[in-house]
Design a binder for this molecule. Structure first.
Ligand code: ASP
Length: 305
């Protein structure tokens, strides 16, 4: 008996300002529609999360692909991960500068390499050798981000910690999906944090931190301040609790409480198990998400407090 597919996407968790709500809603809706089309065509959960994340990477609203935050040197440096819950195969890229859609390269690593990660030039070389066209870093940089970096760098350095305040954008994107065969998958893609040191890798592309998928537990994608999330290996932490019998809806909220209580971290998470039960939670003021099931399509910018 085929399973009813489910797809959940997110477009970051932070204090999304009112004037940016519509762009976020459109972005997550378009991504959910693309992922759902893949599932309707009979595609796998992996296909669905890849297609959804490509749409979000292409949308300049988000901190992924073109339009991402700039690092200290004024360059876009991207990280992405994709994982198959059926086989536990994963593919990740870190610190890539010449890939429009890092998730496409991550998928090629998952399917065409015995390895799990490639970083920097090695990742770009792997992508090029597998038919992905490289772009120039300038093609990923947009004026809004040049201005944002300029303003940030002009501030007094005592503002250092503010970089991690929830008012600073966390527009990392991600998706989790369940397909007709009952398999789940997850993907996360990011430009990381504003003014990051070149070579800094966040949680998003780290297996079990920003992304995880195992049919026996859950598929998960996080966003938020990366360092606390990776210290807690949060995506795997959440998946393990689902495996122990807790409902994803409850675990997602617990994961956010744990992040806050243990390390004063902030962010958001989406979580989905192979029965189609899901959770969406954040401890930031707002989070952008969309959901597609056989019965309903929904998108929201939820609020806390
Ligand atoms: N988690 C990402 C990172 O630390 C950033 C984000 O979600 O906005 O790289």
């Amino acid at each position: 008996m085929p399973t009813n597919p489910v797809l959940v996407v997110h477009g970051g968790a932070w204090a999304i300002p009112d004037e940016m709500v519509e762009a976020h809603l459109n972005g997550v809706r378009n991504a959910a529609a693309a992922g759902w089309r893949a599932l309707e065509r009979g595609g796998s959960a992996l296909d669905a999360v890849e297609e959804a994340v490509v749409v979000l990477e292409d949308d300049e609203t988000f901190d992924a692909g073109r339009g991402s935050f700039l690092n200290r040197d004024g360059k876009v440096q991207l990280d992405a991960f994709i994982m198959d819950g059926a086989t536990l195969r994963g593919g990740g890229v870190g610190c890539v500068e010449r890939l429009r859609n890092p998730v496409r390269a991550a998928r090629k690593i998952l399917s065409g390499s015995p390895h799990v990660y490639f970083v920097a030039e090695g990742a770009e070389r792997f992508a090029a050798e597998h038919g992905i066209t490289l772009c120039r870093n300038e093609d990923l940089v947009i004026p809004r981000e040049v201005e944002r970096l300029r303003e940030y760098q002009a501030q007094d350095s005592s503002h250092g910690n503010d970089l991690f305040a929830p008012t600073i954008s966390h527009d990392t994107v991600g998706a989790v999906a369940l397909d007709r065969d009952g398999n789940i998958a997850a993907s996360t893609s990011t430009g990381g944090t504003l003014n990051k040191a070149p070579g800094r890798l966040g949680d998003s592309s780290l297996i079990g931190c920003g992304c995880y998928a195992d049919n026996l537990s859950a598929a998960s994608s996080t966003t938020g301040w990366g360092e606390p999330i990776m210290k807690l290996v949060l995506a795997k932490w959440a998946a393990d609790r689902v495996e122990s019998g807790s409902r994803p809806e409850w675990v997602a909220q617990e994961a956010m409480n744990y992040l806050k209580q243990r390390l004063n971290g902030h962010g958001g998470i989406i979580l989905l198990d192979a029965q189609g039960r899901f959770g969406i939670a954040h401890n930031t003021p707002r989070m952008a998400w969309a959901l597609h099931t056989v019965q309903k399509q929904e998108a929201g910018i939820t609020r806390n407090g």
